[in-house]
Design a protein around this ligand. Structure first.
Ligand code: SAM
Length: 437
């Protein structure tokens, strides 16, 4: 049990104080740990990789509550559950010990929760959800303000076209079946040094991040839209491309000063400044009555970023579950507030809410809170039908979250989800709402 007791401090310590490897080897040098530092490092680094999933399993299996008497701490439980479920031998490296027995007593429940988690994510192994920082595919879209799809295909004609993302390898290009004018290439193929990229004819943007503007699908010359949380401007410039750069058809809000400068730079590079008006301001302090001509919204607020590679695992390095829950509750409350504000604009008739988070708290549960809100009900907002929300995209919202509603599938279908890496890019969530007005 010694190795686990010594490893425990590295599961709870704030990782910002030096790399994990240095912290463990320094502790060994200073004789603060007796076990082999290489072994501790292997155990802790693998455990941290799986930590977000292990935490969910611990919570769902009620391990800590059921074993309160055994004084099993959360960090010890994380290490022991890791070895039970994810180590090569699938066993806890210890002789008989009360803490080991506490976990073994709950083995069936713990394994059942792992199975449920895999089913929920539609994967055979959680390894496919645990990824390094590289994107499997470099996605970029033709910026229709400056070019056409055909011109881009000509510029990249040295690459062989493939019909499936699984066939993408160096030297190939894939034209996406879900998002018009979007292409995927192997990350090792040249892009950022090409003239097309440097002159803004193509814009690097993850596929799932293209979902919101595509779902909103504003009509040039008819719609005028607000991007409430714009920087660095991926979705804003995508909207400008869809709106064919129609003058004054987008208002882009960004609260943060530095980020609003980045937003301006991106819009300029995309050639969209005729179409996009940038407001360096807090969107929630706008008066909706000042914007009677706004018909649509993209609301892509700050979120936990748990769908972004690598970050998902660092972000979860909080000391306890409560802290995570608290943080997510604050984010969800802000996300709800900002969408509700957008829904109060007098002539808004369609709105897409999105996050690069894979947590239900920031996604389906925000949708539920919005749909239950009396002012939103009064204004006539409802979820869009599946046919209007990338109908062929297979991964939808979690239907079990909408069980309290009649026809839960309808609500799940109004949402699209993407899983980090498994779906060829970042983890993402989007939902569309509409109303008649
Ligand atoms: N939509 C952007 C894109 O695709 O490039 C990414 C947006 S990022 C997830 C969220 C942004 O919203 C951040 O730049 C943040 O500063 C900004 N933000 C947060 N709260 C805001 C508010 N109340 N009003 C305006 N911008 C806000």
């Amino acid at each position: 049990m010694n190795i686990y007791k010594e490893a425990e401090q590295f599961i709870v310590t704030n990782p910002k104080k030096g790399s994990l490897q240095n912290r463990i080897f320094d502790a060994a040098k200073e004789k603060k740990i007796k076990s082999n530092p290489k072994q501790i490092y292997a155990l802790v680094s693998s455990t941290l990789k799986y930590k977000p999933f292990i935490l969910q399993i611990i919570k769902k299996s009620k391990l800590l509550t059921l074993e309160k008497k055994s004084k099993l701490t959360e960090s010890m439980a994380i290490l022991l559950v890791h070895d039970l479920l994810f180590s090569k031998g699938g066993r806890i490296q210890s002789k008989q010990h009360p803490l080991k027995e506490a976990v073994i007593r709950n083995k069936t429940r713990i394994q059942a929760e792992l199975t449920k988690l895999k089913l929920k994510h539609g994967v055979q192994s959680l390894d496919s959800l645990i990824e390094e920082d590289d994107t499997p595919i470099r996605w970029f879209r033709a910026n229709l303000i400056k070019t056409t799809k055909d011109q881009i295909l000509r510029e990249f004609s040295h690459l062989t076209e493939v019909d499936n993302i699984n066939d993408i390898k160096q030297g190939t290009i894939y034209h996406d079946e879900y998002i018009p004018n979007l292409f995927g290439i192997h990350p090792k193929d040249k892009l950022t040094t090409t003239d097309a990229y440097l002159k803004g004819r193509v814009i690097i943007q993850d596929r799932a991040s293209c979902f919101p503007a595509h779902i909103l699908n504003p009509i040039p010359g008819v719609d005028k839209v607000i991007d409430s949380c714009s920087a660095p401007g991926n979705k804003t410039t995508h909207l400008a491309s869809i709106l064919k750069n129609t003058p004054n058809s987008i208002i882009a809000f960004e609260k943060d000063e530095k980020r609003s400068k980045i937003l301006k730079m991106m819009c300029e590079k995309a050639g969209g400044l005729k179409c996009i008006k940038i407001h360096h301001a807090d969107f929630t302090s706008t008066n909706p009555l000042d914007f009677p001509d706004i018909t649509g919204f993209v609301v892509d607020p700050s979120c936990s970023g748990s769908g972004i590679f690598g970050r998902a695992f660092e972000e979860n390095d909080t000391k306890d579950d409560e802290k995570d829950t608290d943080r997510l509750a604050k984010l969800a409350s802000f996300q709800f507030t900002i969408v509700r504000h957008a829904m109060s604009f007098p002539n808004a008739k369609k709105l897409v809410y999105s996050t690069c988070s894979i947590n239900v708290e920031e996604n389906e549960r925000v949708v539920i809170d919005l749909l239950k809100d009396p002012s939103i009900i009064k204004r006539g907002w409802r979820v869009c039908e599946k046919k209007d929300v990338i109908p062929t995209w297979p991964r939808r919202g979690f239907v079990e979250e909408f069980e309290a509603f009649e026809d839960p599938q309808k609500y799940a279908d109004a949402c699209v989800r993407s899983l980090p890496k498994v779906d060829g890019g970042i983890g993402f969530f989007a939902v569309a709402f509409e109303r008649d007005c």
